[in-house]
Design a protein around this ligand. Sequence first.
Ligand SMILES: NC(=O)c1ccc[n+]([C@@H]2O[C@H](COP(=O)([O-])OP(=O)(O)OC[C@H]3O[C@@H](n4cnc5c(N)ncnc54)[C@H](O)[C@@H]3O)[C@@H](O)[C@H]2O)c1
Ligand SMILES: O=C(O)C(=O)C[C@@H](O)[C@H](O)[C@H](O)COP(=O)(O)O
Ligand SMILES: [Zn+2]
Length: 360
Amino acid sequence: MAVVEVNLGKDSYNIHIGAGILSELGQLMRQFAFTAKALVVSDENVGAIYGAVVVETLRQAGFSPRLVCVKPGETAKAYETAMTLYTAAIEEGLDRRSPIVALGGGVVGDLAGFVAATYLRGVPFIQVPTSLLAQVDSSVGGKVAINHPLGKNLIGAFYQPQLVVIDTAVLATLPRRELYAGLAEVIKYGLIADRDFFHYINEKSNAILAMDNNVLTAIISRSCRIKADIVEQDARESALRMVLNFGHTIAHAIEAGTGFAQFNHGEAVAIGMRGAALVSHYMGIAEPEVVENVCGTIRRFHLPLSVAGCSAAKLHSYLLHDKKVIGGKINWILLRSVGEVQVHSDVPEQIVSRVLAEIT
Ligand SMILES: NC(=O)c1ccc[n+]([C@@H]2O[C@H](COP(=O)([O-])OP(=O)(O)OC[C@H]3O[C@@H](n4cnc5c(N)ncnc54)[C@H](O)[C@@H]3O)[C@@H](O)[C@H]2O)c1
Ligand SMILES: O=C(O)C(=O)C[C@@H](O)[C@H](O)[C@H](O)COP(=O)(O)O
Ligand SMILES: [Zn+2]
């Protein structure tokens, strides 16, 4: 089992990565002074496959778990679903040392984390990510949130988990479309921070798409390390952490503008990264080869490059809900070259409109 340490002072935690380690979750949780009652939050897909294993490992470690499964999909990241989880926590009698365990993809992680951050003003939170996207990104770094119809992740908190347990074997049941979605965030890490990693994922694309466990474990470990390095320097996104949002200004507009139903998050990020690369080029920051490199890699991993069914004008109206808007100006994360990004708040409206027209 590999361990990636996230060093955040009193909020530090370990990410355990290995094939088949789901059944060790209970033992790993025994190191903390938790009380016995535990709420395991999952969705109906993941809960049906892995809920029983998790309940059993927690029971064997002396916990009394209750499994609650929400509807799968982005629309579960909502106030109403959070309320049903608060009700379950209250009915079950969870106290301030009772853990909430997120067993699922990023939707379950963000939702359960939001409930953990707010129930009794904060109870222990454990991430057990089961999608590739959640294993490489959403389970690390402590961003938890629910959506608002007007925008993505608008209600949330920074709330770090105490433990992250990544069982790579669960990826065997992940639908192909969700594998590709996770790869969008993996491509993002290469683009923002690690040119060699970007070349590695391109070189290993066949092994990745064939779900070779060694290669997948390597990209999960490297992705977690890249994210942890950034979060360790700027946990609350006052500056540096914004780079993790590369492609997300347009992605979040796509998700909200299409009612959180047409594209999954990774697909929206793929289109958003193409958009950000185009903005970088039209700003004179990136050479055309950089845009080609971004698009070629997105295509290689079967991800979309454009939006159908949402006008440029509609997307534009959602851009200003981006959390990186300060004083009415969007902080754009732009690409200079592969592995090198810059933040710009001076992107002219004409360039934004041109790019939105190009991607729709
Ligand atoms: N907090 C963060 O830092 C952060 C980072 C990136 C993304 N996110 C959020 O994460 C969410 C997207 O996460 P996601 O892509 O995991 O989507 P998801 O949680 O909807 O999971 C995708 C689908 O795969 C299924 N699934 C998950 N694991 C499975 C498995 N092992 N076997 C079978 N089916 C499985 C789920 O049931 C779901 O239908 C978005 O809401 C996004 O905003 C948050
Ligand atoms: O962890 C971060 O910081 C990120 O930006 C990671 C993103 O991949 C993720 O989608 C995140 O939820 C976006 O956050 P938001 O603050 O833009 O809502
Ligand atoms: Zn993301």
